[in-house]
Design a protein around this ligand. Structure first.
Ligand code: FAD
Ligand code: DLZ
Ligand code: SF4
Length: 508
């Protein structure tokens, strides 16, 4: 009796546990483009196109490799519209009674597979370095689940950048060297771009037709859509950008959308690249002396540290995690996140690039769009949904902890030991946005005062009870307390007026 081997749109890896478990001669691989997955949030059209194009190519690759693949295209009139629906339809067609799946990266889909009237075995997704059990062993009994300590264990276990049991260079973390502000210019032309072939063009047409009203355009489209291309994109980054990745990791530039970032998160998240091969490539060039340690360490930390840790937290904390709201923020997400006009240059630049590329780098996500949402007290569920909608690499296991936890502090401090908030001066130091902004970053009050300056103190003041005991925030409260009362009053009044205008939908 044949079994159905489910391969989801973010599971496009030869090494997938479900494929390893299956038999080419008796089992049938099921892949399906379905309306439910394409619309449970309003994904960016480029993300849908990336997934569908990569799914179609992976299905062809599996067929060439000897598998019987039953693939449902979105427009197929028999398409039931959901993953369980397609599994049931294919079970009828083949007589299969059992499904082998690799555990999906979202509680929602795990639950749907569990509830199906077919036996469905969900195998661990061992494309990640840390299994659920490994993360639980690390987490159990700890008061605080800080990434840095998890990362050190991952370093020891993988052996990356280790020398004789000690971290290369004698330090675990070179973040201190990785905070250089925006340089005058950069000598990297950005990620490798791929002209769409006929197969990709057909997907772009489909997505344009079916998801034309979403935020963002599907064309121009240049993402890698198969493993070969993704590997070339990785090599291009490692050869041409990695050496500067560390130094300028936190910088932001008006006319440089990618700086020295890799833009491979989406490829790793859908399975075209394996995190280990990415780290192998990075370690290799460091060993050959072509990139400095701060760059290699900074990059490997993001992958075996942050990426694995975020997934660990998502599954450790449980299905309610994405809806947590410990700061009780209730404001609606303002229209400027969807491209509505704003005078704030940093935000309008980050949002415009997000709309066009389905990409923004980490500091734009954390210290511009995220920072503003947190300062303005936006409902974190709306913030999380926005991030899910707009980025090519957004999947709940990674978007939720980054947004709800790291960026919005809505988990009460599980991920971040203090909220990632800043006034305009941080953005000014790390970017070249402020010079041409309508607002004046040096102004703390007044008509042209940078809104981040006003909202920063409003945030600190309204959450004083929660944060004043935090030693990492003591200095900021001391600064606030030294301010004259009438000055404080002006700051808070102007911040309130700004928030009122924001909520009223005025251009701010
Ligand atoms: P690089 O800067 O080149 O970094 C290298 C790799 O490290 C990335 O490809 C990624 O795989 C990994 N990485 C770095 N930081 C993180 C992190 N915090 N969490 C997980 N992996 C990390 N990343 C996603 O993959 N999907 C998301 O939906 C997502 N949403 C985010 C939302 C917010 C509010 C924030 C602050 C961060 C989010 N991130 C997300 C993390 C990070 O911003 C992206 O992984 C990164 O910007 C992707 O671009 P890149 O490939 O050029 O990364
Ligand atoms: C994100 C996504 C989209 C847009 N479409 C599909 C699809 O049509 N078929 C599919 O198998 N997977 C898709 N995905 C990825 C799933 O939503 C993803 O597997 C879950 O969110 C778990 O990470
Ligand atoms: Fe952003 Fe303020 Fe700088 Fe304008 S002045 S770009 S709003 S930080």
């Amino acid at each position: 009796m044949s079994r159905l081997i489910l391969v989801l749109g973010d599971q496009l890896s030869d090494s997938l546990s479900a494929l390893r478990e299956g038999h080419r001669d008796s089992d049938v691989v099921i892949m399906a483009e379905v309306a439910d997955e394409a619309s449970y949030v309003r994904h960016h059209p480029k993300k849908i196109a990336l997934i569908f194009a990569a799914m179609r190519k992976f299905a062809r690759h599996l067929r060439e490799d000897g598998w019987d693949v039953r693939y449902t295209e979105l427009d197929d009139t028999r398409n039931s519209g959901s993953i369980p629906g397609e599994l049931l339809r294919r079970a009828d067609e083949t007589g299969a009674t059992e499904v082998i799946a690799t555990e999906p990266g979202e509680w929602r889909l795990i639950g749907l597979l569990d509830d199906m009237p077919l036996t469905c075995r969900q195998l661990p997704d061992d494309r990640f370095i840390a299994s659920h059990e490994r993360f639980e062993t690390w987490a159990s009994g700890r008061k605080a689940l800080r990434m840095e300590y998890f990362y050190r264990e991952m370093r020891r276990e993988t052996g990356y950048l280790m020398e004789g049991g000690e971290p290369a260079g004698g330090k675990w973390n070179y973040d201190h060297d990785n905070r250089k502000p925006a340089p005058d210019g950069i000598d990297f032309g950005g990620p490798m771009q791929f002209a769409p072939d006929d197969e990709v063009e057909a997907v772009l047409d489909l997505v344009e037709r079916r998801f034309g009203n979403s935020f963002g355009e599907v064309r121009p489209f240049w993402f890698a859509t198969d493993r070969g291309q993704a590997r070339r994109a990785l090599s291009h980054f490692v050869k041409n950008a990695l050496a500067n990745f560390g130094d300028f990791q936190d910088a932001m530039m008006d006319d440089e959308r990618f700086l020295y970032h890799s833009v491979i998160s989406g490829y790793m998240n859908i399975g075209l690249l394996d995190p280990r091969e990415v780290c192998d490539a990075v370690e290799e060039v460091w060993k050959s002396g072509d990139v400095p340690l701060n760059a290699a360490e900074g990059f490997i930390r993001q992958v075996i540290g942050w990426r694995e840790y975020m997934r660990g937290i998502y599954f450790h904390e449980g299905p309610d995690y994405p809806r947590r709201n410990r700061l009780n923020h209730q404001r609606k997400l303002p229209d400027l996140y969807w491209g509505g006009e704003t005078h704030m240059r940093c935000l309008s630049k980050a949002v415009a690039q997000t709309r066009e590329e389905a990409y923004a780098h980490h500091i734009q996500r954390l210290m511009v769009t995220g920072n503003f949402a947190l300062l303005a007290g936006i409902d974190p569920a709306e913030v999380e949904e926005w991030y899910m909608c707009v980025y090519f690499d957004a999947f709940e296991w990674v978007t939720a902890p980054n947004t709800v936890g790291m960026s919005q502090f809505a988990d009460g401090g599980i991920i971040a030991s203090k909220p990632y908030v800043s006034s305009g001066s941080y953005i000014d130091r790390m970017s070249d946005y402020c010079g041409a902004c309508h607002y004046r970053v040096k102004d703390k009050t007044g008509e042209r005062a940078c809104p981040f300056n006003l909202l920063y103190w409003h945030f600190m003041d309204r959450h004083r009870d929660r944060f004043e005991g935090n030693p990492r925030m003591a200095q900021m409260y001391a600064t606030w307390d030294r301010m004259k009362d009438d000055r404080k009053e002006t700051v808070l009044k102007e911040a309130e007026a700004f928030l009122d205008r924001l909520s009223a939908g005025e251009k701010v």
